[in-house]
Design a protein around this ligand. Structure first.
Ligand SMILES: N[C@@H](CCC[C@H](N)C(=O)O)C(=O)O
Length: 269
C-alpha cells in the first residue's frame, strides 16, 4: 500500500508533508533524516506531519522536523504550505500555540504568534540585553524557535552560521539570520537554519529579523524581507502578533514504499 506524501515549498524552503490524520505516524529520528536526505530519500529542508488536533479551535496538529531529526517549535514557510494544502483558512495547532491562517490573491498569511524577547524564553544561557547581544552585536528573539539576527552581509551566512548555531549562548542551538538593511521597509535576509543548514528562505527567521530590526529602529514594523527566491511581507502588529504573508507552492505528490515506514527497515544511508 505505502503512504502518500506531498512535496511543497515556500520561496524554495521545501517540505515533505506526511498526513497522519487517519493513520498515526511513527517516525524515529533516523527515518526523518533519511526521508529528508536529498540523495537517498525524497529530499527536503523539513519534514512536516499532520495529526488530529488536541486543542479546541484547531483544525490540525502540525509538527516540524529538521533533517538532523530534531523537532522545531515553529516553521513559517511550512505553516503557509500546510494552510495552502488544506485549503480554506485552517487554524494550525503547533508547539507555539494556535496559528490562524488566511488566503487572498494566491498568497497565504499566518499569524505567527507574539515574539518572545526575554532571554529565558529564547532561551539564552545567561541574562543579557537581547536587543544587543555580546555576539557580533546581534539581537535575539524566539518566534516559537530561537533566532539570532546579525545585521551584516548575507555573504557571511555560510561561514558564520554553522559556528554560531552551536554557540554556548544558545542551550537549544539557534537559527542564525543575516539581515542586510536596504531601507526602512526592506531588508535582505539569508538564514543558517538550526538542524538544516543554509536554506533558500526561512519564514520564522524573516519574522525574527523584522522584530529584531524594528527593536533597533532599523526598519518599520511592516517590512518586505527578500530572500533567494522571493519575498515575504512581515508585519509586527500593534497587538504584538507577527503576521507573515507570502506564497506557498505544491510541487508533487508521491507514495512512500511501506518498507520505509516499518521501523528499522528504511534503507540505510
Ligand atoms: N524553515 C523554517 C524554520 C524551520 C525550523 C528551524 N530550522 C528550527 O530548528 O527552529 C521556517 O520557515 O520558519
Amino acid at each position: 500500500m505505502g503512504m502518500s506524501f506531498t512535496k511543497m515549498h515556500g520561496l524554495g524552503n521545501d517540505f515533505v508533508i506526511l498526513d497522519g490524520r487517519r493513520t498515526p505516524l511513527t517516525l524515529p529520528s533516523t527515518l526523518i533524516s533519511r526521508l529528508c536526505n536529498r540523495q537517498r530519500g525524497i529530499g527536503c529542508d523539513q519534514l512536516v506531519t499532520l495529526s488530529p488536533p488536541t486543542r479546541a479551535g484547531a483544525d490540525v496538529l502540525v509538527r516540524f522536523f529538521n533533517p538532523d531529526g530534531s523537532e522545531a517549535g515553529a516553521c513559517g514557510n511550512a505553516s503557509r504550505c500546510v494552510a495552502a494544502l488544506l485549503g480554506g483558512n485552517p487554524t494550525l495547532q503547533t508547539q507555539n500555540g494556535l496559528l490562524p491562517t488566511s488566503q487572498t490573491d494566491g498568497l497565504v498569511s499566518v499569524l505567527m504568534g507574539k515574539p518572545h524577547l526575554d532571554w529565558q524564553s529564547i532561551p539564552l544561557a545567561n541574562a543579557c540585553d537581547t536587543a544587543h547581544l555580546p555576539l557580533y552585536d546581534g539581537a535575539a528573539c524566539s518566534m516559537g524557535n530561537p533566532h539570532l539576527t546579525l545585521f551584516r552581509s548575507i555573504e557571511d551566512a555560510a561561514t558564520l552560521g554553522p559556528v554560531l548555531e552551536t554557540d554556548p549562548l544558545f542551550p537549544e542551538r539557534a537559527n542564525i539570520g543575516f539581515a542586510d538593511i536596504q531601507s526602512p521597509t526592506h531588508l535582505r535576509l539569508r538564514v543558517w537554519e538550526r538542524g538544516a543548514g543554509l536554506t533558500l528562505a526561512c519564514g520564522s527567521g524573516a519574522c525574527a529579523a523584522v522584530v529584531n530590526a524594528a527593536r533597533r529602529g532599523l526598519v518599520e514594523r511592516t517590512c518586505l524581507v527578500s530572500m533567494e527566491c522571493g519575498s515575504l511581507t512581515i508585519t509586527w502588529q500593534d497587538d504584538d502578533y507577527v503576521l507573515m504573508t507570502g506564497p506557498a507552492q505544491h510541487v508533487f505528490t508521491g507514495t512512500l514504499d511501506e518498507t520505509w515506514l516499518a521501523e528499522g527497515q528504511a534503507p540505510a544511508l
